[in-house]
Design a binder for this molecule. Structure first.
Ligand code: NAP
Ligand code: HSE
Length: 430
């Protein structure tokens, strides 16, 4: 029997594109059995053709989008260029022409993904983006399909490998942030401009996508509070250990009675929490659903083949859907409109490290200010002392962000407080 060929156009042939290219090559023999058709990369769009001449045959390479969008034989467009434009326009045009799309582009999906999903739905097309969150870890499909019988109430994730690598180096080798960042850069984890990773923007984009799927509500990157790891010191990590915790950059999305919380920030998390054990550049996403209880997904959050693995999985899904004429089956799942809470209305427990004048009454005054702002102290450690200055570490119970901010504002202007050295949110085991 003649096996149909499905033609694919790759937009981009960098880290992820080359992984997809390699996996399709490796899987060539098995794809007909898996999908009922042959999958063939027919065109590859890049800017600089010469750069790719040794890996992609000349006749497949193009630097003209028109060669792809005007080619009716192309069934699936795989966008792995990155950025908002021209990626948005290319994906929209492809869907409008009835081509199915796979993308790894979290920047785009976290800002304009909902618009693109509408276009896909209007044209009965698949728009799949498993690789956009946590690279090779299956998480979008599990949430949309396997966990569809749950009300998901919480998603917590280590969804940026670069920062997890840096924090692991700081934890295990006592390094300071800058030294660990340099190693992450030398090893190719951190980009030349690492801002998006270390300031939490990359994790924030992924969290917006996860929260939208978990809570069936459109959440965009603008809704997410982000705070990075550049102020974390090795001293805080030592104190975290004294308190039985590790410090991780967590993306936290929670469904509360009065709305959705979405935030990315460094977090002290108990050492025996499964997320505390996720090291190096690995990612993990921890989910709580009312039926499944807790579930954790762990693996490689980036890299050529791991990310390519997620994309080829999406391509195979599309090939199967077209084979059975059921494309457009699972589109946008945002059928609710739950409000997203302002950060100041959310709650956290806090760790505060500060230097203060070591004399009678200082702690009492401090406790007074905390009390006036409904900040209740759960733990207090007085540690180093130098001359008349003592270092104190306080952990609070859960408090509303704006009340905590008011307390910190007040104490930071008091002469007895010499320095507020660091403030880190704490997650307790429930
Ligand atoms: P990359 O290595 O920088 O590769 C980008 C590729 O796209 C290059 O081949 C580039 O071609 C091409 N390109 C960029 N802009 C183009 C344009 N306007 N027209 C034509 N070609 C264009 O990027 P990457 O790391 O593979 O990332 C691609 C996407 O995957 C991004 O959205 C990223 O966020 C996402 N992602 C990446 C990873 C990862 O591990 N890297 C993991 C998950 C998701 P030229 O070289 O000719 O400019
Ligand atoms: N820069 C990301 C990370 C990988 O460090 O996890 C791409 O999503």
């Amino acid at each position: 029997m003649e096996v149909k060929v499905k033609k694919i156009a790759l937009l981009g042939m960098g880290t992820v594109g080359s992984g997809v290219y390699e996996i399709i090559k490796r899987q060539k023999q098995e794809l007909p059995a898996k999908t009922g058709c042959m999958l063939e990369i027919d065109k590859v769009l890049v800017r600089n053709k010469a750069k790719y001449a040794s890996v992609v045959p000349e006749e497949k390479l193009t630097n003209h989008w028109e060669d792809i969008i005007n080619d009716d034989s192309i069934d699936i467009v795989v966008e792995v260029m990155g950025g908002i434009e021209p990626a948005f326009t290319y994906i929209k045009e492809a869907l409008t022409k009835g081509k199915h799309v796979v993308t790894a582009n979290k920047d785009l999906m976290a800002t304009r993904g909902h618009e693109l999903l509408e276009v896909a739905s209007a044209h009965d097309c698949d728009l799949l983006f498993e690789a956009a969150v946590a690279g090779g870890i299956p998480i979008i499909r599990p949430m949309k399909q396997c966990l569809a019988g749950n009300n998901i109430t919480e998603v917590m994730g280590i969804i940026n490998g670069t920062t997890n690598f840096i924090l692991t180096k700081m934890t295990e080798e006592g390094m300071e942030f800058k030294e660990a960042l340099q190693i992450a850069t030398d090893l190719g984890y951190a980009e030349a401009d690492p801002t998006a990773d270390i300031e939490g923007y990359d994790a924030g984009r992924k969290l917006a996508i996860l929260a939208s799927i978990a809570f069936h509500t459109q959440v965009t990157f603008d809704d997410v509070y982000t705070e990075g790891i550049s102020k974390i010191t090795s001293k805080d990590i030592v104190y975290a250990h004294e308190l039985g915790c590790e410090i991780k950059l967590l993306g936290i999305a929670k469904l509360e009675e009065d709305g959705i919380e979405v935030k990315v920030h460094p977090t002290m998390i108990p050492k025996d929490h499964p997320l505390a054990m996720v090291k190096d550049s690995f990612n993990a996403v921890y989910i709580h659903g009312d039926a499944v209880d807790d579930a954790m997904f762990y693996g490689r959050g980036a890299g050529s083949l791991p990310t390519g693995s997620a994309i080829v999985g999406d391509i195979i899904d599309i090939a199967r859907d077209t084979q059975f004429r059921c494309t457009g089956r699972i589109g946008c799942t945002c059928y609710k409109q739950i409000p997203v809470k302002h950060m100041q209305d959310t709650h956290s427990s806090y760790y505060i490290r500060m230097k203060l004048v070591d004399r009678a009454g200082t702690l009492a005054t401090l406790a007074g200010v905390f009390g006036e702002n409904q900040v209740s102290i759960s733990k207090l450690l007085q540690t180093d002392k130098e001359g008349d200055t003592a270092e104190v570490v306080i952990v609070t119970y859960d408090v509303k962000e704006n009340q905590f901010a008011k307390a910190i504002d007040t104490i930071s202007s008091m002469p007895m407080i010499k320095e507020i050295s660091s403030v880190i949110r704490v997650v307790h085991e429930e």
